[in-house]
Design a protein around this ligand. Sequence first.
Ligand SMILES: CC(C)(COP(=O)(O)OP(=O)(O)OC[C@H]1O[C@@H](n2cnc3c(N)ncnc32)[C@H](O)[C@@H]1OP(=O)(O)O)[C@@H](O)C(=O)NCCC(=O)NCCS
Length: 244
Amino acid sequence: MPLEKHGPNGACLHEVIGADSPLLDIACELFLKIFPEDHRYVPYIRACAQQRHPSHPNTFDHVWLVKQNEEWVGLRVFSYIITRDFGHGAYIGLTNKVRGQGLGKWLVKQTLEQLDLDARQFGKSASIGYLVEVERSVDAKSEADRLADERRLQFHRQCGGIILPVPFMEPVMIEDVSYIDPAALKDESPRPMHLILIPSSAGIKSANLDIVDLVHGLYLDVYRLKEDHEFVRNALSSFVGGHI
Ligand SMILES: CC(C)(COP(=O)(O)OP(=O)(O)OC[C@H]1O[C@@H](n2cnc3c(N)ncnc32)[C@H](O)[C@@H]1OP(=O)(O)O)[C@@H](O)C(=O)NCCC(=O)NCCS
């Protein structure tokens, strides 16, 4: 758990650990409230609460809840990729009424600090930050969706995000997980996304960011795709040299 458990306007972080945590049902309910369109991924949230799930062999996962004024108002799900020196931010979400008071930015800062602690626990000197996949407004099907996509991108930019210059397709789910029947995902399709690095202070200072390592970390170690998978090859096809 990061050092600064207390955030803006009395907000407080609570870590959800273990399949039998009394906070796990609360986290799943909040997830459904904030991300109703992603209801199929509730088993993923439950798996992440176990921190080391056999279906996620390369990640150390975190599920956090935010409480403010005696109400559960925020959820953060992210992972440290133990084979690399960065993480993956899966979900960050707040209930409507608490948005815009700095809680999102505070959660990003806490995430970066936790990833730094994780990096040291797994033998690295520091974490360079974490990757997020963000919807592209150009793919939006309505004006409302387009605006929502723009705002989401704006939030990540305000948190220091760097859009990586790679074509990125988001897989529907991590390969071969034990906790979701593939039939439950049959209506889902991979989506083109922006791939964004939220750098830590070590990441900002780093002279070279190795883009191949970043792409491989997410595709091979998180999603467990093979190196010759078309998404991996496409993402790196136009890319010569490996560094940005
Ligand atoms: C995205 C989200 C987590 C942002 O949290 P938040 O607490 O509202 O954001 P903050 O108040 O910390 O704002 C941080 C910065 O981002 C900017 N920002 C936040 N929301 C924004 C929005 N909707 N449009 C434009 N800018 C926004 C703020 O202006 C602020 O910039 P500043 O530091 O220059 O003042 C929150 O709006 C949310 O839960 N959205 C729905 C779920 C979602 O889309 N999650 C992201 C994908 S998983």
